[in-house]
Ligand binder design. Structure first.
Ligand code: DQA
Length: 144
């Protein structure tokens, strides 16, 4: 089983960007943690990052053709703004789990609303890198 992780805009700067909010691990380290967790669960993992809304939509639309079984998506700021990403998630059959490093419910008002969460299978928010690892474990349970 192959799981695609998509990191949205600015997440390439994780580790340097507001470490008190997003933690001190670089995206490379987070991706390594995801790969290791995947190995222990017997899941193949692929991680991508983009700062571009259209590219994220293309990845969502093509994921089934690329033989992925599920998608872990951190839409980052697009969570709060992108009807286009919401529509893409709603349009595909594959289950999507939304994840956030920070607890968006405990942050500024504009971050408390997710346009994408309602069309995802579920969301995990506030556990730093562990948000992604819990999402992988959830996929292992859902898909086996
Ligand atoms: C984030 C939360 C978003 O509000 C923010 O725009 C991000 C990261 C998180 O992982 O906590 O870029 O998605």
């Amino acid at each position: 089983m192959k799981i695609l992780t998509i990191h949205g805009p600015n997440l390439n700067l994780t580790g340097q960007r507001e470490p008190e909010v997003y933690g001190s691990k670089s995206l490379e380290m987070i991706n390594l943690d995801i790969a290791r967790k995947g190995e222990t669960l017997g899941l193949t993992t692929v991680c991508r990052q983009s700062n571009h809304e259209g590219e994220i939509i293309d990845w969502l639309q093509n994921a089934e053709k690329e033989t992925f079984s599920g998608i872990i998506l951190n839409p980052a700021a697009f969570t709060h703004t992108s009807i286009a990403i919401r529509d893409a998630i709603a349009a595909i059959e594959l289950p999507v789990i939304e994840v956030h490093l920070s607890n968006i419910s405990a942050r500024e008002e504009f971050r408390q609303r997710s346009l994408t969460a309602a069309v995802c299978r579920g969301s995990i928010s506030g556990f730093g890198t562990a948000s992604y690892l819990v999402a992988l474990e959830t996929f292992k349970m859902l898909l086996s």
